[in-house]
Design a protein around this ligand. Structure first.
Ligand code: ZN
Ligand code: ZN
Length: 283
């Protein structure tokens, strides 16, 4: 398993410490006060409930760090042009491209000036990581890491575990609120739960929203970058708006997304779909 180490150490440590503190801190406040969770764990009234909750919390943190540290699919630096193309005029901006023979098909490849490599299809240079990433999705500021072909599944699993954890924690905190006639008494009694609920509502909207969006991308065989910048992407901009050449059907899309660790040769998928659909395909 490869790990990504870049030079943004300060930001990495800060954001990951904040995330871990929130993931552990909120449940701890529910353990020290009188809640369903503290009765289950501390008073051992329902150990199974407590173990299930703590297991979900651990899974959420583990998936977060797997998404942070697993190589998203960085391409090696300066494997310059090799025998691929001798035309120096094709080097340049992101939109520049050169033609490669892929079987009996011509497929467009892009150059990355920074890495000085020819990018495979669906790869993109990340300004934050300063590397090209296979099947680039986005650079996540909450992970301080890129999400790409190799770690996208862990990012989705992190979102799934965290969404479940947030909803469960919200239920525990909401049910722990005690009634007081006086406002200041109520605030004193419920201060920690009040703070927890504010964090959970804000975090819950973000996490559940991202979970829905990335589940949709998985099912449709798309990436955030392709969904957001289709009209600027060389291999997509000439195709019909509703046509995705990487969509191989829900089951196959999910299988390759969740179960396959090896990187894929997307040029082959692209060519195959163009053959089947006759949709302009390769230009
Ligand atoms: Zn690059
Ligand atoms: Zn990045």
């Amino acid at each position: 398993m490869m790990f990504c180490w870049n030079c943004r150490c300060g930001a990495n440590i800060l954001v990951r410490t904040i995330h871990t503190a929130l993931c552990v801190g909120v449940p701890v406040t529910l353990l020290v006060k009188d809640t369903i969770l503290s009765r289950a764990v501390i008073q051992t009234q329902d150990l199974l409930y407590g173990i299930a909750y703590l297991l979900l919390m651990t899974l959420s943190i583990v998936f977060y760090y797997l998404a942070c540290f697993i190589d998203p699919g960085y391409l090696p630096l300066k494997k310059k042009k090799a025998s691929v193309n001798n035309n120096s005029e094709d080097e340049g901006s992101d939109e520049d491209s050169s033609m490669l023979k892929n079987g009996d098909k011509d497929v467009k490849y892009r150059m990355c000036d920074y890495c000085e490599i020819q990018q495979p299809m669906r790869a993109k240079h990340c300004e934050d990581c300063k590397r090209c990433v296979r099947k680039y999705d986005h650079h996540c500021p909450w992970l301080e890491a890129c999400v790409g072909e190799r770690n996208h599944k862990f990012f989705l699993l992190f979102l799934l575990a965290t969404a479940m954890l947030v909803l469960w924690t919200f239920y525990i905190a909401w049910n722990a609120i005690v009634f007081r006639l006086d406002w200041s008494d109520w605030f004193k009694a419920n201060f920690l739960f009040f703070i927890d609920i504010i964090i959970l509502i804000f975090g819950g909207f973000v996490v559940v929203g991202l979970l829905c969006f990335h589940s949709y991308l998985m099912v449709k065989g798309m990436t955030t970058w392709e969904a957001a910048s289709r009209e600027r992407i060389t291999y997509l901009k000439y195709l019909d708006d509703d046509y995705n050449p990487f969509d191989e059907g829900v089951c196959k899309n999910m299988y390759y997304f969740l179960c396959v660790c090896k990187v894929r040769k997307w040029e082959s998928v692209y060519s195959k779909k163009a053959d089947v659909n006759g949709n302009g395909g390769i230009v």
